[in-house]
Design a protein around this ligand. Sequence first.
Ligand code: AMP
Ligand code: MG
Length: 334
Amino acid sequence: MKKVLSVAAVILAVALVAFLAYDGIANKETSTDFFSMNTYVTAKLVGADSDECAEQIRSLTEKLDTEILSRTSPSSYVFKLNSNGGGEVDGKIKEYLTVLLNVSQKSGGAFDFTLGGVSDLWNFGAEPSVPDETALKDALSHSGYQKIQLEETAVIYGDKKAVIDFGAAGKGIALDEIKSLLSGKKIKSAVVSVGGSVLLMGEDEFTVGIRNPSGNSGSYIAKLNIPEFCVSTSGSYEQQFEKDGEVFHHILNPETGYPANNGLLSVTVLSQSGILSDALSTACFVLGQEKGMALAKEFGCHAIFVTENKEIIAEKYAVDIIEITDDSYTLVTR
Ligand code: AMP
Ligand code: MG
């Protein structure tokens, strides 16, 4: 009898150790951060595959930028399309272009993915300055999403000098690609941010901050308590400079070529799609609060606007998910 009991105790102990080891592996946490797509990327992963996935997120993001989306890297597909004034497209790149064309059309051109020539003149990524008036007019005359035609297997540039730019949507595309990478792996939860776009994956509830437009990158004015989503923010504070007392930022009004100024400081968009959350946050910023909110709704997405008057404007549903943490701001629901 004694022998039987001690065998049972050993079996139990072995099972417990195996369970704890398994639990440890299943909840393994890995973090990584690196610079890509002209911005900081951070990933926090929980799950047995977290180490290998962190590595893969890095190579996927770098490849997506340098081989496909970058407007400035000569090895990228988009760079080649722009240099040749068009070319063959299929698969993923065609899917991305289809979404950007759709957002351009539905926003009435407030979002325009052909503004690359104008953005080049402002040069926000490097040494920004106010462009020469004549050069700006010339670059604007070669932009316009209507000039781009997407055919079965090709993209045709009606104006060979048009410059396609994924600057407003590339970070969201990265989130979509990372999401499909992780969904085939043993990952319980993931929070991945690529600049102002964040992927939330898993069954937990997540808390995401809305950044203080006039504070540093660690200061927030509100919290969103939400489930799995892609969350993108476009803010004038992200890239800006001052000249003769005037502030210029990187989100441009395609009608004028100058920064969009309509009383907004930032727009945050929630969607299950990364490319839509990113493209729409930029589109809503340019469109302004009323038209922007209507556009987000048309795409089945939620938008939250932060105004210069210190209002945080959102749809009624948002009352349940927004917590204001800076009481100089007021929540307004529409
Ligand atoms: P985001 O930070 O996602 O709002 O994207 C801003 C970037 O999008 C800029 O740095 C430009 O590369 C590009 N961009 C600026 N204005 C527009 C616009 N009206 N439509 C589409 N892309 C734009
Ligand atoms: Mg964007």
